[in-house]
Design a protein around this ligand. Sequence first.
Ligand code: ZN
Length: 204
Amino acid sequence: MKLGVQAHSRVLTQGTFVCPSCRADSPYERVEARRWLFVGVAVAPLQRLGEWIRCTQCEGAWDLDVLEQQPEDAVAFRTAVLQAMIGMMTVDGRIDDSEVEVIRTVYLRVVREDLDEHAVRGVVAVLETLSEPVEESLRRLAVELGSVERELVFQAAWRVAMADGVIATEEGRMLERLSDALGFSDVWLKNFLSATNPALAERR
Ligand SMILES: [Zn+2]
């Protein structure tokens, strides 16, 4: 039997985190690489080569620190903003390039952070695999948000709907569902819309 030393990596734990590249909740693996003594099979761990966090969404590798960098509520807020915007975009079908640009612009305005196009596409892809409507996952996230954050989330969806200057019927319905999911009353929604777009509120 052959004796040797080989580098070998293995997954220690798994979880979800906000990947700095995907900018959304992504699954990760905590990976450890070590040299192992082999006698046919691995028999003894030797020198530790490193440990890192690997995003299974984008395959990016990050220092262990990445897990401590973002508080939970910020995670919920960013995720909620993205979900609300993308939910609004998808009421009229698939998301095209100009709509990705709108999402980036609104995100920068509301969250004050840059979002790259790749990240938006990544989140859209993840949302497409969800079996529940976006407003249902938003309803769960809303519990973790304060009222200012919930309003910002709604504003983001509204800005997306208003990007082409008019709110189509389907978009109006989606705004109602998002408003309800975020815990706002009909009166609140009516006031919001009349404060931001009087002409629209009159038509309702
Ligand atoms: Zn990632």
